[in-house]
Write a protein that binds this ligand. Sequence first.
Ligand SMILES: [Fe+2]
Length: 505
Amino acid sequence: MDVEIVGRMLATLPTDDDHPYRTGPWRPQHTEWRAEDLEVVSGQIPADLDGVYLRNTENPVHPALRNYHPFDGDAMVHVVGFRDGTAFYRNRFVRTDGFLAEQEAGAPLWAGLAERPSSAIRQDGWGARGRMKDASSTDVIVHGGRALTSFYQCGDLYQVDPLSAQTLGKAGWGGDFPTGWGVSAHPKVDDATGELLFFNYGTEAPYLHYGVVDSADKLVHYVDVELPGPRLPHDMAFTENYAILNDCPMFWDPELISQGKYAARFHRDLPLRIGVLPRRGDSASIRWFEAASTYVLHWVNAYEDGHEIVLDGFFQDDPEPADNGMGDTWARAFRFLALDRMQTRLHRWRLNLVTGQVREERLTESITEFGVINPAVLARPHRYVYAATGKPGWFLFDGLVKHDLRTGAEERFGFGEGVYGSEVAVAPRAGGTGEDDGYLVTLTTSMPDDASYCLVFEAAGVGDGPVCTLRLPERISSGTHATWAPGSALPGWRDADRAESSIGL
Ligand SMILES: [Fe+2]
């Protein structure tokens, strides 16, 4: 392994930190690495694995003003690239405006999720509720050969080189980026058309917008979506012809908003409303379907089936878990992040476009979330969902499950005691034919080894364990959202010296 430190950020976290989401497996790292020819700990790098696995996630460098929430941290993008049976690694902080300002100040300047906006030192800021830092630490996707990082509360999309992980600047969309409203956590890329579909939300009417960016990176569609009030949507879905938005009955208490307080409450008496509109439809063309009350953090996929739209996602039996008195202060504070407390299960909604009716079906009793599919079947019928299992009481992934929705079978792999994974990404085998003909890639944080690894699984044999394990230069923070981009989607992939930028930095 050829390793080099390429950067080290100023960090002001306390040396005796006791925050559970800044210590242990969530201990952030502040060093940026470039590593070639990663050490193969076991197995062999598949020769037909060609492309990059990218993972974002919060990685704080400063303490909060008062109360740190795990969603507040700065963005770090990790890249593991596979080419010709070898692998390389990069990790870089995303240089957002807020990150750079706090590096200069040497201290936090904006209020986090568990703090009142009025406590922010800076008067400006980002996010649907305002006066937050746009950390861009939620998700990472690839559109038009560039990685884009996003912020769950709506912010800029930061362009990142998918090989070097260097920040390239903000998405501009030909000057039409919706500055002020921003873009929410999970914009979607349709590889079939090259389009990017997105939404944003805020506290002012119409409360939601939906838009489309074309393959030339131009904003070509942007419409109001009127809601009854401010909402907190996190994800969307799409089919070949429709975009699917949502109005979940979990939202900031409207009366408190006027006092500058933002308290999310779940309203079990209100339905989940699912909005369907043609992908280039106007505001009037949206149709709302009512379903059983829940909050959906992540959808998995959607497709058209005759007069129906089939929509898979994760139903939460308990979006607002009560304090059961079973834990310490931290456990009570972060019970909303534990999959077992929220009771998240794979679920199917069938929306009948003729009758307006919704049929719902629980697809499994198993508690999983962060489900992904082979990107080749996005917006088309899917059979397999690869999802994470959670360590009880924690926001940590202790294993993965392959759900076979045709047979109901579930194949599991546990990472082991004290080992936590990231969202997996599916890397289809080049020239592959079956839906599970490819690989799953993830990063782990191993407390017993004080190390991190990149694991590669055969998608057809999840339960057999990884076919390849690679060691990263240091133990990285546990994390969540990730993606895969094939080398064929990356400009200069075959020509580029892997140590350099693929897109002309
Ligand atoms: Fe998410």
